[in-house]
Write a protein that binds this ligand. Structure first.
Ligand SMILES: [Zn+2]
Length: 449
């Protein structure tokens, strides 16, 4: 490496990727540096995702940093993204060029999961990614009513079905398949359903996509589990509503994806509240959801409240998603936030791998919280046990502790530990207590005293 190339790199070492927490030089984002004799510098910043929310900021920062070198007479910054270069090891040829697969899931029907999935897909496309959406709900395919592409006939090229397209987003749904002798979805049993979904998903030629959104059938049963095993899902987003955000349901969803080692990157609480346009008051029509509990117990940073917007649910049958039709609608803004989150979290996952800390138990030392970079934190098991915030240990309504410090034996130790979601670990204790969930953040805080 020439002296000048090194200088160019060094000049950008202060530019930090806010999500990955490291500088872009260390992260190896800077590629193909060329320098002319006259001092003109050109290089590429290779981002982890084409929809990177801070890409323009990176460009400006790089431009400024390199221009500040005394011998530089001009700077050209190109931006590229590496999503397509790391295709998932898909079992299906049609998925080979898909960068990331995001499952949008709910434990029950009727929570507006499909509305969220479809509008999310279009919001992600608006951020600059190439996006497809697969409606895996065989019983009630909703994509054909929510989005109506001009070209409605499916056709095949070399035995592969081509997805339909609308406003730049690729679409596939069981509902687009002509219902000839299929016998109707209602009488299909589980194995048949998965077979049909699998067939449709794998025989669709998705082509090059940055993101494929899967609108999962509602529930956490065998169908969902099998599907999630067939499809190499990168991350899951759970949609729920306050009245159904019985905490238990969300936990079930997270657990299902955990079993498959798929991180749940966020929870969307749909129909959280209604802001009345007449009196400006906010009504929690379905009551207070378990959002706070999710944040407290699971350390979920990414929980979203999506208010009741009549236009959002009504747009369901207009053939064009609301986020496309009315970009300034508050629902569109909320969905853009969710889209940005998904893009960011997927990029972190792809870049950093599943770098959640590991929690282990070393008799003698105690609980060990260890990170990939070698960082370790030690915790006294009894302290951790005393800080359990489950419903048995803390009054959910008042936040008052139910567990007194003297209730916990100093010699208590963890019998089993299991990651829960992306941000927390579940612990079963030697005293029989088995409902403890600790966000890694809280363990870190406890370790810090
Ligand atoms: Zn507890």
């Amino acid at each position: 490496m020439t002296d000048r190339t090194q200088q160019v790199l060094d000049s950008m070492k202060h530019i930090i990727d806010p999500d990955l927490g490291k500088d872009i030089v260390t992260l190896n984002f800077i590629k193909d540096i060329t320098i002319t004799d006259a001092g003109k510098v050109a290089f590429t910043v290779e981002l982890t995702t084409p929809a990177c929310p801070v890409k323009e900021q990176f460009r400006t920062q790089c431009q400024q940093a390199v221009s500040a070198l005394p011998w530089v007479t001009g700077v050209e910054v190109n931006l590229s993204a590496q999503t397509r270069r790391n295709p998932l090891q898909a079992k299906a040829p049609g998925l080979a060029k898909v960068g990331a697969i995001i499952a949008v899931s709910s434990c029950k029907g009727g929570v507006g999961k499909s509305t969220v999935a479809v509008n999310l897909a279009y919001s992600m496309a608006a951020l600059g990614g190439s996006v497809g959406i697969f409606d895996a709900d065989v019983y009630g395919p909703s994509l054909p009513t929510m989005v109506s592409p001009k070209q409605k006939e499916l056709f095949q090229i070399e035995n592969m079905i081509q997805p339909l397209q609308h406003e730049g987003v690729r679409l596939m749904s069981f509902g687009f398949v002509p219902s000839g002798n299929q016998g109707g979805a209602a009488i299909m049993r589980g194995p048949m359903v998965t077979q049909i979904i699998n067939q449709l998903l794998t025989s669709t030629q998705w082509g090059e996509l940055d993101y494929l959104i899967i609108d999962m059938p509602p529930g956490t049963g065998d169908i969902q589990l099998t599907l999630a095993q067939i499809i190499p899902i990168t991350a899951a987003l759970i949609v729920t509503t306050p009245q159904q955000l019985s905490f238990v349901d969300v936990v079930k969803g997270i657990q299902m994806f955990d079993k498959l080692n798929v991180p749940t990157i966020g929870v969307v609480e749909n129909m959280s509240y209604f802001d009345c346009p007449d009196n400006g008051k906010r009504y929690r029509v379905f009551g207070e959801g378990a959002r706070r509990q999710l944040v407290e117990q699971f350390g979920f940073k990414n929980t979203f409240e999506l208010p009741i917007y009549p236009e959002l649910s009504q747009s369901g049958d207009s053939g064009t998603p609301l986020v496309v039709r009315d970009q300034t609608h508050p629902a569109s803004t909320s969905l853009k936030d969710i889209a940005e989150l998904v893009v960011r979290e997927v990029s972190i996952l792809k870049h950093a791998g599943k770098s959640r800390p590991k929690v282990s138990y070393r008799p003698g030392d105690g609980l060990v919280l260890s990170f990939e970079n070698g960082e370790e934190h030690l915790l006294h098991p009894a302290t951790v046990r005393r800080n359990c915030r489950c419903a048995l240990c803390v009054d959910e309504m008042t936040g008052e502790p139910r567990l007194r410090p003297e209730d916990v034996d100093d010699k208590v130790f963890p019998k089993a530990m299991q990651p829960m979601g992306n941000y927390a670990v579940a612990i079963t204790w030697s005293d029989g207590h088995d409902s403890s969930i600790y966000p890694y953040d809280r363990l870190l805080a406890l370790a810090a005293g």
